[in-house]
Ligand binder design. Structure first.
Ligand SMILES: [Fe+2]
Ligand SMILES: [Fe+2]
Length: 253
């Protein structure tokens, strides 16, 4: 590869090299390409296959990712897709110590699954949608709300606008209009305090040496998350395809 290639050209060249050597071709969803500011048309599968007749596009499991069981549980997603989940585990433990009811401990454990496993922007909305068929309605509501309420202080529970937001978004950052509108609706909702509690236990300054294991919450999950028998992604729920997207994020069609 020469030095005049752009980052995205290098990535493409690498992918091409991989495709030549392997018997599969990875073609990214548009969302990933746009995240790289790449508005070019999708790679031509037929042209790539012509160069390597053995190759096929990915329609099954992605061999580059950890294999998942056929009927994956929430715990399997934590293990094989969500990656290190220290922030969620520590938030959940913090919630236990703060005396929150069990279902709200689950809400704290799940509040950022979209950030660590799916899509970052609007992660509270995505995360709430992912778990909606499997948890108490209040848990879904609170996960959605935490994303909005994080931007607004509440002195009554000692919650301040996060210092980390000033740093990462700039001191003059204002939440989007739809967030401000949602805040107006949420602050007078009967479950406001449940959403607020996620923000209170949403801890960012934790001891990196403290380890919390997922096993600490096996029972909380067991009692409060209705794990579908068929596995997440295969239960014919309205969000099953979203879980499948995490199982096979590069599936061609
Ligand atoms: Fe969050
Ligand atoms: Fe969080």
């Amino acid at each position: 590869m020469n030095d005049t290639m752009t980052l995205s050209q290098r990535a493409d060249a690498l992918e091409q090299k991989m495709s030549d050597e392997l018997d599969y071709i990875v073609i990214k969803s548009r969302l990933y390409s746009m995240a790289d500011a790449d508005m070019s048309p999708a790679p031509n599968a037929a042209a790539l296959m012509a160069k390597n007749p053995r190759a096929r596009v990915l329609m099954g499991d992605d061999p580059r990712l950890p294999a998942m069981p056929k009927q994956p549980t929430l715990i399997d997603f934590f293990k094989y897709r969500f990656g290190p989940a220290a922030h969620l585990l520590q938030s959940a433990r913090h919630a236990v110590r703060g005396g929150l009811p069990e279902k709200m401990v689950l809400a704290c454990l799940l509040h950022d699954i979209s950030t660590i496993g799916f899509i970052r922007g609007d992660h509270g909305y995505w995360g709430a949608q992912l778990v909606e068929p499997y948890v108490d309605e209040e848990v879904t509501w609170a996960i959605r709300a935490h994303q909005v309420l994080r931007f607004y202080p509440d002195e009554s529970v000692g919650y301040e606008y996060p210092a980390s937001y000033v740093k990462t978004f700039g001191a003059d950052y204002q939440p989007d209009e739809y967030v401000a509108e949602d805040y107006k609706r949420m602050k007078s909702h009967k479950w406001y305090m449940s959403g607020r509690m996620i923000t209170v236990h949403d801890i960012y300054s934790f001891d990196p040496d403290v380890r919390v294991e997922l096993e600490e919450f096996t029972d909380v999950i067991g009692r409060n998350f209705r794990q579908p028998r068929e596995g997440l992604g295969f239960d014919n729920s309205p969000v099953a395809h979203m879980w499948r997207a995490m199982i096979r994020p590069a599936k061609y069609l």
